[in-house]
Design a protein around this ligand. Structure first.
Ligand SMILES: [Zn+2]
Length: 295
């Protein structure tokens, strides 16, 4: 079932702790790119786990649908909400992952745990208490999340959720929403068409380039997103650097952040489109490689 827009609005903008969600389009696009790059063996396993026929079309549709499940269950499983991001501060060194991921409650730890579950290095119940189908659905979602630069940074602003835009950009009223929804939609609001465009582009890349884009592990991917967030978002928009604090809601975020109403220009959005495009392509190729090696 698709997530009603009104509910997304409530979850992303109204609840005291704003959710962090690449909206449907971004997640579904990453899933479709991955589906197109699966090995036959991995595709067969995905089709079994998701309960659909083993055809390219069925698996792509099922993965796109599965891609947003982790957001849909947040209302019933609020304990899973921190699994979608990691709050690395602007001051943090590359060694800060453990410190910012207490109890494995962050996106990088969860990618690793669910990957291990599917690789049968640990048994489902013991490792995560989720079924293998759920582990796959989490993985499809979280590899997408980790490519959203604002899922790998905190400036005492909940990954940009507490940075209001004035004026709003489309439906996006804060910086996080601008990256979650406005930018992917600006590429193409139809995930099937967007994935087809990006897959055509990817098919034109050399093998070396494609392999290079898919390389690394979840911490490398998160750190890369973190660095993109610092350079292309925080520094470029001249957002003041705040101390390493983690407000539980935007009302308790520093005033320098909440009163710093960002006026994003169309030029800024235009300049960020290639970044979003690359992050979606990386997400798709990385998810495919992870599944190809794990399943
Ligand atoms: Zn998410």
């Amino acid at each position: 079932m698709r997530f009603p827009l009104s509910l997304i609005f409530v979850i992303c903008f109204v609840l005291p702790t704003p959710a962090r969600c690449w909206w449907e389009n971004g997640h579904r696009t990453v899933a479709r790119i991955a589906a197109a790059n699966l090995t036959p063996a991995a595709r067969t396993r995905v089709s079994k786990l998701l309960g659909v026929p083993d055809t390219a079309e069925d698996v792509a549709e099922a993965m796109a649908k599965a891609a947003t499940w982790a957001d849909e269950i947040k209302k019933d499983r609020p304990d899973t909400a921190p699994w979608h991001y990691i709050d690395l501060t602007e001051q943090d060194p590359k060694t800060a992952f453990a410190q910012r991921c207490a109890g494995d409650n962050c996106v990088t730890a969860r990618i690793l745990l669910f990957k291990q579950q599917l690789a049968s290095q640990k048994q489902g119940a013991e490792a995560t208490a989720f079924s293998d189908q759920d582990a796959l659905r989490f993985l499809i979602h979280f590899v997408g999340d980790v490519e959203q630069p604002l899922h790998a940074i905190s400036d005492a602003d909940q990954g940009g959720n507490c940075e209001p835009l004035d004026p709003p950009m489309g439906k996006a009223r804060n910086l996080h929403a601008f990256w979650d929804g406005y930018l992917p939609d600006a590429l193409n609001p139809d995930d099937k068409l967007l994935a087809a465009q990006l897959n055509t582009e990817i098919a034109g890349f050399s093998d070396t380039r494609r392999q290079g884009m898919a390389e690394g592990d979840e911490q490398k991917w998160a750190w890369e997103s973190h660095e993109i967030a610092i350079a292309a978002i925080y520094k470029r928009l001249k957002i003041p650097e705040e101390p390493a604090e983690f407000p539980t809601n935007c009302a308790s975020a520093p005033e320098a952040i909440t009163s710093d109403k960002l006026d994003l220009t169309p030029g800024y959005a235009e300049a960020m489109l290639p970044v979003v495009r690359l992050q979606l392509e990386r997400g798709g190729l990385r998810l495919a490689k992870l599944l190809n090696e794990t399943l």
